[in-house]
Ligand binder design. Structure first.
Ligand SMILES: Cc1cc2nc3c(=O)[nH]c(=O)nc-3n(C[C@H](O)[C@H](O)[C@H](O)COP(=O)(O)OP(=O)(O)OC[C@H]3O[C@@H](n4cnc5c(N)ncnc54)[C@H](O)[C@@H]3O)c2cc1C
Length: 410
């Protein structure tokens, strides 16, 4: 059995774990990255994937430092400059326009497979990251100075810090014994690629209706990727409908927006939940991305929170390394836990409240008055937009334009 030693061992090379591996290796840390499945190469000749993410400008800045944003922007992607939110009753939508916030875009819609493949190309070339793939976590042995990660292949990796970026059902979280609150919404997010009579002009459009919101996110070819939140049984019914019948229902739900629905590809539905870990760090181990927190996708913030976790951890580790400290010390772990947990919990509860505001029966008069207040208040809109674009005052420096080189200046 080989025994290999690293500064950091990361379990999970999804979008978040792979971004972290690249950022850390480019900052001079030795990194092991363990992943169960090698990602499928991205092929632009194939149909647009069902899973897309709204990548915030803050996350794009982080991916730039990870070396992946250039690869992503050479492939299909679609920036959006306007977010339009309406309730399907009022005809005066809530608008957020990039120029009003001195921004060139509010975000970019990218297929998850493209993000993951771009990051994989970065971490698998250049020899800076040691990849263990296909391989899987078996157990972690915790010790005062170093942890040992035992893999299914029989390999043993020792590291000063272990990172669990292994998704919502995290084996790392289980291994450190961190409890998690799980709130199943009994709703599913139905996703599909849809064409309307008029092309999507680069607007992330969302209509809040009874039962859940419907979002149209712009794609490069003028179609939209939809996320339609419905009660789970209802989502199953919608997935099972024939295409014509589904288009009819989608047409009614999105009436008044870009004309009639003209095409719809395959559909899938994902159950939605909120998961919050009671703490994100313990025993020389930290959690990030969906392993630490899962939020309702209605504001498209899940993976953006994960990229901010990665950027925040890199910032903390570079600082400790410069000061000659131990990157797995309790002080580092506690500071990461404090800063990232408060951000994620604020976002999760914000989404939870927004979701409850637009309950099963739609908007009550009181709630409608609240929405009208948001519309008029620049301060509230400003706070919302700062969080949505990932550059608010608590954002990690890498999300606000700092480079890895800036972090490494003593
Ligand atoms: C319908 C829907 C729409 C969404 N839209 C958006 C959006 O617009 N914007 C946004 O920011 N977020 C969005 N999200 C959330 C986003 O998709 C997730 O937050 C994100 O994919 C989580 O990434 P991750 O890297 O943390 O975890 P994952 O993607 O789950 O990656 C975990 C990785 O770990 C690996 N792994 C797991 N266990 C092991 C093990 N034991 N050993 C080795 N490897 C292991 C897995 O193979 C996987 O590659 C959406 C979610 C849903 C359901």
């Amino acid at each position: 059995m080989s025994k290999l030693q690293y500064d950091v061992a990361i379990i999970g090379a999804g979008m978040v774990g792979a971004a972290l591996a690249s950022l850390l290796s480019r900052s001079g840390f030795s990194v092991a990255l363990v992943e169960a499945f090698e990602p499928k190469p991205f092929d632009a000749a194939e149909e647009v994937g069902l899973r897309v993410s709204a990548i915030s400008p803050g996350s794009a800045a982080v991916l730039e430092q990870a070396g992946a944003w250039k690869l992503i922007s050479q492939q299909r992607h679609r920036p959006y400059r306007r977010m339009q939110v309406e309730d399907g009753v009022e005809f005066d939508p809530l608008l957020f326009d990039a120029p009003a916030y001195n921004m060139e875009r509010l975000g970019t819609i990218v297929e998850n497979e493209l993000v993951q493949w771009s990051l994989w190309q970065v971490v698998s070339s250049g020899g800076l990251v040691d990849l263990y793939c296909p391989d899987s976590l078996d157990q972690i042995r915790f010790a005062a100075g170093k942890n040992t990660v035992l893999l299914q292949s029989g390999k043993a990796i020792t590291a000063s810090l272990v990172v669990g970026a292994d998704g919502a059902v995290s084996g790392v979280r289980k291994a450190i014994g961190i409890r998690q609150d799980h709130y199943a919404y009994n709703q599913s997010g139905l996703v599909a690629v849809v064409g309307k009579q008029k092309p999507n002009p680069g607007v992330a459009w969302q209509r809040f209706m009874s039962g859940g919101p419907l979002a149209f996110l712009p794609l490069e070819d003028g179609r939209s990727s939809i996320v339609w939140t419905r009660p789970s049984l209802e989502a199953e019914r919608l997935v099972a409908l024939d295409t014509g019948a589904f288009i009819e229902e989608l047409d009614a739900a999105s009436s008044g927006w870009l004309g009639k629905v003209e095409s719809c590809g395959p559909r899938a539905a994902f159950p939605l939940s909120m998961r919050l870990s009671e703490c994100y760090a313990s025993k020389r181990t930290v959690l990030m991305g969906d392993a630490a927190h899962v939020v309702h996708p209605l504001a498209g913030q899940g993976v953006n929170l994960g990229f901010a976790d990665a950027a925040g951890l890199v910032e903390a580790l570079v600082k400790v390394r410069l000061a000659g400290g131990d990157i797995g010390s309790d002080r580092v772990l506690q500071s990461y836990d404090r800063s990232r947990r408060s951000e994620s919990e604020a976002m999760a509860f914000g989404m939870h409240a927004l979701r409850s505001m637009f309950g099963i029966d739609g908007l009550s008069p009181l709630r409608r008055a609240g929405l009208a207040l948001v519309k008029r208040s620049w301060t509230i809109k400003d706070m919302f937009i700062q969080r949505a674009v990932g550059t608010g005052k608590n954002a990690p420096r890498l999300a606000s334009g700092a480079t890895l080189r800036d972090l490494m200046q003593p």
